[in-house]
Design a binder for this molecule. Structure first.
Ligand code: NDP
Length: 448
């Protein structure tokens, strides 16, 4: 514990409070590898307090008119937008992502999330059905009570607000647990909620680890609904904890997404899109296209141009305005990336670019968690590197000869989160060929 660092507090019943455990964890800045604040290491007692606050707030909040709730949520959006620079800087320091990305994507998206759901609730409808003139059935959309919201570290405010906004907009009260690796913007969100006049207890934020706070939430009988975004292994634990309590659960999990480039694609557009989809946020996005498949006639040309473009990405201090590639979120994630680089070579892959940490961008970031954008070729399709989620700045490129062959490759993983296809021949491609997250076979969406 380093008492000289600022302390993040839990946000319970409208107040910023110390954790009942009295314990804190270091919050490390990925770009420097050094702690710069402390985050509560909360426990079950803190979750109980949050549940009691949410329970107390529910009757009044759920009975407010949609117009009243909408006004408060719009107020939260306005405050985040007003303080965009403060939020963006905090997100960049906490995650290691380039400040320009936090400024252009993460924080504006959090604002948009609040605005979207604040206005959506003004236009909802309930359905009624008359069955053969004998029965009259109707659907009422009502808040469920106290909901638990658990989010990961890669897009902290973006993903947390995507859960919080709809949950409280419709009249639920909520307990949110951000990743303890990236708690800062959730802390700032609590301040924005107070300023916007959100009634006490409607949103409670309990910081801490998944094994303590997360597990206490999934096991709490009064939290009837859980929305979770994170890794597949953790998602399984969440599902197992919720099933015996018959909770309503939403799980958004990992991906190992295929990005397919046909020979007729607009090559420049496909390369620009693929560089972005491979390396945005240092490859730490669930929708990243981490497996690129290129049709044989353009394979060599694609690889050469792709490598040229990737090598131009400016890696540096995330707070530098020119930086396009920042730091990896923590040492464990960096070690995981290194592990897969070794494994890829054992599996026959060739490192065509990167494969190691870069020179340190500046003195401040000498001990930061950086890894160069990495391109791997010549790997067999069915190997661990091509089948397991790395969640870092690593992409593999594989050649294919036919559409059937590449659809087989694309689906040869346990994941099914997203797929991309680059072609100018939209009408004749067999669009219904790629497996989606729920196991169905559907139309792949072109990456935007
Ligand atoms: P994790 O699964 O490790 O953690 C996600 C959240 O769950 C964290 O807040 C974590 O806390 C918490 N948690 C951990 N264990 C438990 C538990 N037993 N019960 C309840 N909660 C728990 O994911 P990461 O944070 O490492 O995020 C990366 C993963 O998220 C990647 O796999 C990525 O693909 C996925 N992801 C999916 C998205 C989608 O929309 N499908 C979007 C973004 C990311 P703690 O931090 O303490 O471990």
């Amino acid at each position: 514990m380093h008492s000289e660092f600022p302390k993040i507090k839990n946000f319970i019943d409208g107040k910023f409070v110390e954790p009942k455990t009295g314990k804190y964890l270091d919050n490390i800045e990925p770009a420097t590898g050094k702690p710069y604040s402390e985050v509560p290491d909360s426990g079950i007692e803190d979750v109980d307090l949050a549940v009691a606050a949410a329970d107390k707030a529910f009757p009044a909040w759920s009975k407010k008119s949609a117009a009243e709730r909408s006004k408060i949520l719009l107020g939260i959006a306005d405050i985040i937008e007003r303080d965009l620079e403060k939020f963006a800087r905090a997100e960049s320091i906490d995650t290691g992502k380039p400040i320009t990305l936090a400024r252009s994507l993460d924080i504006p998206r959090a604002v948009a999330n609040f605005r979207f759901f604040a206005t959506a609730i003004l236009h909802t409808e309930n359905e009624a059905h008359v069955t053969d003139g004998v029965a009259f059935n109707y659907t009422l959309r009502q808040p469920r009570g106290i909901v638990g919201l658990i989010s990961p570290w890669n897009l902290p405010l973006y993903l947390l607000s995507w859960k919080i906004a709809p949950a409280i907009a419709v009249g639920n009260t909520a307990i949110a647990k951000p990743s303890e690796l990236t708690p800062m913007t959730a802390f700032l969100l609590g301040e924005a909620c107070v300023e916007a006049g959100l009634p006490d207890g409607v949103l409670n934020i309990v910081h801490g680890t998944g094994s303590n706070v997360g597990a206490a939430m999934t096991g709490h009988p009064k939290i009837t609904t859980i929305s979770f975004t994170g890794g597949t292994v953790t998602g399984k634990k969440v599902a197992e904890a919720c099933a015996p309590l018959f909770k309503k659960v939403s799980l958004e999990l990992g991906g190992k997404n295929p990005n397919i480039i046909f020979a007729d694609a607009d090559l420049d557009a496909a390369i620009a899109g693929s560089v972005r989809s491979s390396f945005a946020n240092q490859g730490q996005v669930c929708l990243c296209g981490s497996r690129v498949f290129v049709e044989k006639p353009i394979y060599k040309q694609f690889v050469a141009k792709f490598i040229e473009k990737v090598s131009q990405l400016k890696q540096g201090d995330p707070l530098d305005e020119k930086t396009e590639q920042g730091a990896i979120v923590n040492k464990a994630q960096l070690d995981k990336v290194k592990f897969y680089i070794d494994l890829a070579q054992k599996e026959g892959g060739k490192i065509a670019l990167g494969g190691k940490p870069p020179d340190s961008p500046n003195e401040r970031t000498r001990d930061g968690y950086f890894f160069a954008p990495t391109v791997i070729v010549d790997l067999p399709v069915a190997c661990r590197t091509n089948r397991e989620e790395i969640f870092g700045p690593v992409v593999t490129i594989t050649a294919f000869e036919s559409e059937d062959e590449v659809i087989g490759y694309a689906n040869d993983v346990d994941y099914g989160l997203s797929s991309s296809v680059w072609t100018q021949n939209r009408l004749t491609r067999r669009w219904a060929g790629l497996r989606m997250a729920d196991g169905s076979w559907s139309i792949p969406r072109r990456r935007i």
